[in-house]
Design a protein around this ligand. Structure first.
Ligand SMILES: *[C@@H]1O[C@H](CO)[C@@H](O)[C@H](O)[C@H]1NC(C)=O
Ligand SMILES: *[C@@H]1O[C@H](CO)[C@@H](O)[C@H](O)[C@H]1NC(C)=O
Ligand SMILES: *[C@@H]1O[C@H](CO)[C@@H](O)[C@H](O)[C@H]1NC(C)=O
Ligand SMILES: *[C@@H]1O[C@H](CO)[C@@H](O)[C@H](O)[C@H]1NC(C)=O
Ligand SMILES: *[C@@H]1O[C@H](CO)[C@@H](O)[C@H](O)[C@H]1NC(C)=O
Length: 398
């Protein structure tokens, strides 16, 4: 009698054990169900935001997975049970994006298509902060290759910190962002107020995003950053613009044609257009002759296409970096008409001439820009000066 009781008790205990084990096992499967997910363990009893992958599709034309994600907020209450290994949830590895541009080439516009997205963390020209570091002796308006090369090491440290959501890795970055409304708004953080605006909160917010996008206008030669780019598996979008449109915009931005600067303006205009062309040449060739990895992860977008055909171009950029398209954001940019060829009516031909002479024909041809021989051609708007680019393998254009 007692023997039978013990036997039944043993069976009961074994069944319970089996049930508990099955439960744990099942839970682990749920937690690590998707491939290469980092496991997050909830170590506190507060609510945490979790990103779940819902669908992974493959885009046929660029053979790259397009990851569509849905953000979900879940609240986990770790109760009185001693075990806190509950709620290990899977997160998709973040995707890192670098927008490689120059001043007045449309990089801010490109950046806003990312900074406005709820699923993206954005960083605007982090190199701006380096000007406060006296040991670097860095002049913002001098974008000669030699000047910019000098800040590449701290620059890559900054973006590495951002890609890891560690805003304090270099002392300059957060210092600059602190309480600066302009920087807050450029980085899509204007809504964070008071106690919410600090490195810890921003880092936390950063970690909930699927994409981390940095926009810079101060990379000298992309091939020299290859080690870091590969380490973070960065997708690079280079934004280019007609050198004559760029210089026209820069003259206005820096007031280079004002009376008091007249004497200097030609020299500055010449230097700026020369530096811009060196950057175009260096970076385009770095990709054309560079390793397969770079070719695969590099996209070139012309500002002229972006601003005249945003509904075709923006979805291509999103697809390239694995973001779902978002019409609300694409429509939110009101693009002025005639904006891109304003230079044809306002740039004096002698300055057009300088900008053209500072850039080899080869670069114009590769990018599909057409040089003009005289002022009549420049002002004749039935003459199209933006044609098909000749590096179609690199440019994902319509
Ligand atoms: C598109 O972007 C808007 C503005 O940020 C956002 O409110 C909306 O949720 C986004 N839509 C999708 C489908 O992600
Ligand atoms: C910009 O920097 C380069 C290299 O340091 C220097 O040679 C050049 O004179 C500078 N240009 C101006 C306008 O200061
Ligand atoms: C300035 O830059 C140097 C060299 O990159 C770096 O070691 C130093 O920490 C920076 N100083 C500040 C105050 O950020
Ligand atoms: C360039 O052309 C403009 C207008 O045609 C003129 O005012 C200016 O003096 C010229 N500059 C030089 C350096 O020739
Ligand atoms: C403007 O360009 C068009 C197209 O090439 C040409 O037919 C026309 O003659 C040009 N007009 C002038 C005033 O040069």
């Amino acid at each position: 009698m007692r023997w039978r009781l013990i036997k039944w008790a043993a069976v009961f205990i074994m069944m319970c054990a089996l049930f508990i084990l099955t439960f744990w096992y099942y839970q682990d499967i749920v937690m690590t169900n998707t491939e290469n997910g980092a496991i997050i363990k909830a170590s506190s009893d507060i609510a945490m935001t979790v990103t779940l992958t819902t669908e992974i599709t493959t885009s046929p034309n660029i053979a790259m997975p397009v990851i569509q994600t849905t953000e979900m907020t879940a609240s986990f209450d770790i109760g009185s049970t001693a075990d806190t290994r509950m709620t290990a949830l899977k997160q998709v590895p973040p995707i890192h994006v670098l927008i490689n541009a120059r001043m007045r080439t449309g990089s801010s516009l490109t950046g806003r298509y990312f900074s406005k997205r709820p699923d993206t963390m954005f960083l605007y020209e982090p190199e701006l902060t380096l000007r406060y570091n006296m040991s670097l002796r860095y002049d913002l308006f001098n974008d000669s290759a030699a000047q910019i090369e000098d800040i590449q090491t701290p620059f890559y440290e900054l973006i590495g910190g951002f890609f890891d959501c560690e805003y304090t890795r270099r002392p300059e970055l957060f210092h600059f962002m602190e309480g600066n409304d302009w920087a807050k708004s450029k980085n899509g953080l204007a809504h964070l107020q008071g106690a919410d605006y600090n490195a810890k909160q921003i880092s936390k917010k950063c970690k909930t995003k699927t994409h981390r996008v940095v926009k810079t206008v101060r990379i000298n030669d992309i091939s020299k950053g290859l080690e870091i780019l590969k380490q973070y598996n960065v997708k690079v979008i280079q934004v280019v613009r007609d050198p004559r449109g760029m210089i026209n915009s820069r003259i206005k931005f820096e007031n280079l044609d004002s009376q008091e600067k007249k004497g200097l303006s030609m020299k500055k205009i010449s230097e700026a257009s020369k530096n811009y062309c060196i950057w175009l040449n260096t970076n385009i060739n770095a990709v054309l002759v560079g390793p397969e990895w770079l070719k695969k992860n590099y996209m070139i977008v012309r500002y002229e296409d972006l601003s005249t055909k945003p509904r075709q171009i923006v979805p291509k950029m999103y697809e390239f970096v694995g973001l779902p398209s978002n019409d609300t954001i694409i429509k939110s940019e009101r693009l002025g008409t005639g904006h891109t060829d304003a230079w044809r009516y306002s740039l004096p031909f002698n300055q057009t001439h300088i900008a053209q002479n500072n850039c080899p024909d080869d670069i114009f041809e590769k990018l599909g820009y057409v040089k003009v021989q005289n002022e009549i051609q420049q002002r004749n708007d039935s003459l199209s000066l933006v044609t098909s680019p000749h590096i179609s393998k690199l440019i994902s254009l319509a």
